[in-house]
Each structure stands twice: as C-alpha cells, then as structure tokens.
Design a protein around this ligand. Structure first.
Ligand code: G6P
Length: 611
C-alpha cells in the first residue's frame, strides 16, 4: 500500500527511482511522483500510473544524484496531482514521501493552521512534513533531531523518506509499521518498500526495524533508534533473482504467476517433503512440536486470499490433527477482546508479511503470551520477524495484485504442517500420512496438465464475460475454493461474485438464479459428490448457467452442466490445490476479455499496510 523508493550515490537518481517505482507499482497506482536533488530540488508528480509520470517529465530537468519516488494508494485525499507525493514543506526546503497513515494528523494540522501554515493537499503527509519543519524552527535543532521529535508525537504508521535542499546528498528515512529495506551498494544506497527495486543493483540489504531511522549519504549509513542511540546495521543477503520480478515473456504478471505454480509448489516442497524416507522436514515445526501437538486450540489470523487458505487449513487440521481451529479476519480479531488460553497457537498467514491488520492482531496476542507461527512469503518481512517460529512459502515475489501462486504455496505449507503434526500426534496412520505425501508430490504435474487445457477456459471466459453477477458454489474442502474463485473474479473483472457453501445457497442466493446467472460449481470427486449433484440439479431447474469444475472421467455433472472444466483426479484433501487453478485462469481471461488491467485492478493494492 504505497510504494516508496530512494537513491543516493554517484549515479543519476532518476532512472533508478523511476524503475523502482515501476517495480513497486503493484503497491498502489493512484498517482506517482519523484523529487530529485542535485543543483536544485525538482518535484514532479502526476495522478495515475507511473507511465503517466514518465510522459509528464519528458523534456524536464531530471538532474540529481539523490532522488525519492512514491506510488500512491490513496487514503487521505482523492487521487489527484495535488495529493500525489512527494510533498514539499511550506518553506520549499524539504520534500517527503510517506507510506502509512498519521492518525492524529488532524490535531497537528490544527496547531499548524494557527501558526499560519497553509496546505496545498488534503494529505496527512503534508501535515507531518510541515510539522517536522516547524519543530526544527522552534527547537533550533538539526533536521535529524526535528524528525525524531516529530515522529515521537505521531500516532499511526509511517515509512518516510525525506530530503532537504540544505543537504543535497542525504536521505532521512524512518519507519514504524510500514516496511523499509535499504540496499547497500558500492558507496551508494537504495531505499525501498521491498527488495524488488534493489535486486538488480545489490543483494546486500538491511531491513530497518520499527522506531528506527536511517541517515544515508554516499559512502555513509547511520542507523539510530528514535532515542538517538546508534544501532548496528545488520546486512542480509537477498535470495532472489532479477528474473523472478520480470514478466518472462508473459503478457501479465498474473498469468505468469498462475503458470509459475507447478514450480512454486515444487519449490515449497523442496527439501521438506520426502516420501522416500517418509519424512517432512520443517524446522519451525520440528523445534516446536511438543507445543503444536498439545495445542488445545489453533487460531488462524489472516486477510483476503490468505484468509481463504486459513479456512482450508481449518478443515485439514481438524481432520488430520484433531485440534479445534478458528479462522479469524485479522481486522476483526485485532479489535475484539479474544480469549487466548494457555497453550493456544496462533498461525498467521500472509503473502507480504506486512498487512497492517494481521501485524497488529499478532502484536496484541503476542502480548498475551500466545505462540505465533508465521506462514509468510516475503523473507525478512515484519510478520516473519515477529513470529516465534514459522515456515516460508518460497513462492518468490508475487507482483500481480490478485494473489495466485502465494495461495497454492500457503496451502502446500499448511498441508505439510497438518500432516506433520497429525502424524506426530498419532491422529493419522502412517498409510494415510504417506499417501497424502505422495498426492502432494504429484500436485505440480497435475497443475501443468490443467494449464495445458487453458483454451477451454478461455472459451468459457469469452462466453460469460458480460454477466453482471456470478455465483461460486462448493462444499467441504471446496467451499473456501468457491470463496476464492469469487474473490478472484471480483478483483480482476469487476463482476459482482459471491462464493457460498453449495447447500447453504438454498437459504438465500438461490433467489438470484435465472437464465442470466452463471453458477460455477467446484464439484470434483469427494465425499460430497452426490450432494453437490443435487445442488447442480437445483440450479439447472431454475435455468441458471452451470460451469462445473469436475474430475476427469466425470459422467454425471458433465452431462448436466452447460460448460465443463475437467481436471486431474486427486485425493479430496489435496483437491483445493488443483481446483483453484481453473478459477484463477477463468478470472484472468474474463478480465482480459473485458480489456481490464488485471495486474493492477482499480482501487486495490497488493500490500495493505493501512488498517
Ligand atoms: C490484499 C491483496 C490480497 C491479499 C490480502 C492479504 O488485499 O490484494 O491479494 O490476499 O491483501 O495480504 P497478505 O499479504 O497478508 O497475504
């Protein structure tokens, strides 16, 4: 949610900053802007995507070895040029970009208005910047000290990059609740919300912690806390390749990431899932097995697609480990007063590891003594670092805003986790444990087979692209897949869609059914197959258009449905990992048929770092 990037060194900053913004655009695309500092301070900003900014700066003065850039997901103030970052202080001396929300900005603004400050935008960022400037005048202190004093007053979340005309080579950076990574180059520094803008220049990075500030200038990096105590920067080596953040010949990141799934599911299993020895090796689980097998309850906390992965895990863990599971929306959980008992385990699921609601929900339960197990994709992210133990999903950077490969990687980790705990707890027999391991190993190839039949899915997308609504139905393990199918379609095609348990649709949604409504059934062979056949008939009787995801060889629903997507057969517990793939592809192609920007759907952002 908002991407920030900065550079200081001996190169020209503009090309580095603009490329960084393109890489971070998935975090928000309401507006983009840059500030360049060299012989003078230049600020350019524009409503819309980074490409609009690039057009706008053609022929303008882009000189400067220091630069900061911002891509915005609007919170305070509508998306327009004035509200775009960077903002400039009233004196014109300072420029700043910000990711986060200053919750007490209104009271600070009131104070500043009384002192005759004027504001050119509706943003909380401009308020904070002028507040910093005001603090510096009043205290006659250094800019560094003014930033510290001002930030101590701030309630909310921020990652800021600030530059001053007085120090043309310096970038001041600080964070609380919003991510910041610093790439260490040869006498030069790269600052960004995540490592994707940095990776092509250096693999040495520093993850800045909450309440820390960094002062960087060519050849010098000083890290301090807000108490002005020096901190030792801890340099980490990035395990990421440039190719992983490029489209690799695909038209969109979303399609590339769907196609990546045979590899990402395999990467997630690599070195962990070993049917040849009957072992699943996951150190985060091995080191905490006693606590996990004795947990009286597991609470899963997540948002969005990660929450859907949690719902499937609820079915799996209860089935295989006989531990009661609750799945919570982080945004609700953080404001409740949840009962946390001794021994309860919290599983946090997050692709980005930065989702503000999930992060705060975890901080709250951590204070109550709960054990937190993080299932996170982005290495070194805030949730990964605040968890007591965890397992990375190893899906590589996910750039399409609608989550695809991160979801199947989360499911892979969760299934391995359930199998491992269930076997250690003796709630599943070795034969079942082993057969599910083998089934899991087969998933990448089965995904490959589904993808080969993409033409049929494209045809279905074309046929139904003009529908106003869609209904997605599934039972058991496939109910959360119905929810995920509906979410994907909403995200990338802007068609209203609802996911429902297939039987529950009789209690309401069936009223929506007529000959214009496409109803997607996730109806592969499982315990509920006969039941779902009845549900299909119920929709057919009301003239709904049935699109069914079935197992190869199905000869019942295949004859009732209007359109069928047949996929390889699998154990019903493993089914969700396969059944979601055609729904991802369907959403992608409906979005494409409608001519939409599937990688950057309107109003969404990849990493929601505000509550
Ligand atoms: C946003 C993204 C979703 C994602 C959700 C949770 O809404 O667009 O794709 O599922 O946040 O994000 P997380 O990074 O915590 O999994």
């Amino acid at each position: 949610m908002c991407g920030i990037v900065g550079y200081t060194g001996n190169k020209q900053a503009y090309p580095i900053v603009i490329k960084g913004l393109q890489r971070l655009e998935y975090r928000g695309y309401d507006s983009a802007g840059i500030a360049l500092l060299g012989s003078s301070l230049k600020i350019y900003k524009k409503k819309g995507k980074v490409s609009a900014l690039e057009k706008d700066v053609i022929g303008k003065d882009l000189e400067g070895n220091t630069g900061i850039g911002h891509t915005r997901w609007a919170t305070h103030g509508e998306p327009n040029d004035a509200n775009a970052h960077p903002h400039q202080s009233q004196s014109g001396r300072l420029a700043m970009i910000h990711n986060g929300i200053i919750e007490n900005y209104a009271s600070i603004k009131q104070e500043l208005l009384l002192k005759d400050y004027h504001f050119t935008s509706d943003t909380d960022t401009e308020v904070l910047l002028n507040f910093i400037e005001d603090v510096q005048y009043n205290n006659e202190c250094s800019l560094e000290e003014a930033i510290r004093i001002a930030l101590k007053r701030v309630v909310g979340a921020y990652c800021i990059l600030l530059i001053s005309k007085d120090e043309p080579e310096t970038i001041y950076a600080a964070r609380k609740g919003s991510p910041l990574v610093i790439g260490v180059g040869d006498g030069e520094y790269f600052l960004a919300s995540d490592a994707s803008p940095i990776i092509e220049y250096t693999k040495e990075v520093i993850y800045v912690n909450d309440f820390e500030m960094a002062i960087v200038r060519p050849g010098e990096l000083i890290l301090k806390n807000l108490g002005n105590e020096k901190q030792t920067p801890f340099i980490t080596k990035l395990d990421m390749e440039l190719a992983a953040i490029e489209k690799g010949g695909f038209e969109h990141f979303m399609l590339k990431e769907i196609y990546d799934q045979p590899d990402t599911v395999f990467d997630c299993q690599r070195g962990r899932l070993l049917p040849e020895t009957g072992q699943i090796i996951m150190s985060g689980i091995d080191n905490n097995m006693d606590m996990l097998i004795n947990a009286p309850r597991i609470i899963i906390v997540a948002c969005g697609t990660s929450w859907h992965a949690g719902l499937i895990a609820e079915y799996w863990i209860e089935e295989l480990c006989r531990i009661p599971v609750e799945v919570e929306y982080a945004s609700e959980f953080r404001y409740r007063n949840p009962v946390i008992n001794k021994g309860d385990v919290i599983i946090a699921i997050s692709q980005s590891g930065e989702t503000a609601d999930t992060l705060v929900a975890l901080e709250n339960v951590k204070k109550q003594g709960a054990f937190i197990f993080g299932i996170v994709n982005v290495v070194g992210s805030s949730i990964a670092r605040m968890s007591h133990a965890g397992a990375y999903t190893h899906a590589g950077p996910e750039i399409g805003v609608a989550s695809t490969k991160a979801f199947t990687a989360q499911l892979t980790v969760l299934m391995m986790m359930a199998l491992k705990i269930g076997y250690a707890k003796k709630t599943i027999a070795y034969e079942r444990y082993y057969s599910l391991m083998v089934e899991l190993v087969a998933v990448p190839n089965k995904i490959r087979q589904i993808i080969k039949n993409v033409a049929g899915i494209q045809r279905i997308a074309k046929k139904y692209k003009d529908a106003n609504d869609f209904l997605f139905l599934g039972r058991g393990y496939n109910f959360p897949i119905a929810l995920e199918g509906a979410l994907k379609l909403k995200e990338v095609s802007y068609i209203h869609a609802e996911g429902y348990p297939a039987a529950e649709m009789k209690h309401g949604p069936i009223a929506l059914v007529d000959e214009t409504l496409p109803v997607v059934f996730v109806a592969t062979r499982d315990t509920y197959y006969q039941k779902i056949v009845s549900n299909v008939q119920e929709i057919k009787a009301r003239k709904g258009k049935i699109i069914a995801v079935v197992a190869e060889g199905d000869d019942v629903i295949t004859h009732i449905a209007n359109d069928v997507i047949a996929i390889p057969d699998a154990d019903e517990l493993i089914g969700p990992l396969l059944n979601v793939i055609p729904l991802q592809l369907l959403s992608y192609y409906v979005g494409i048929e409608k001519g939409l920007d599937v990688d950057k759907p309107r109003n969404l952002a990849k990493s929601v770092t505000v509550e």
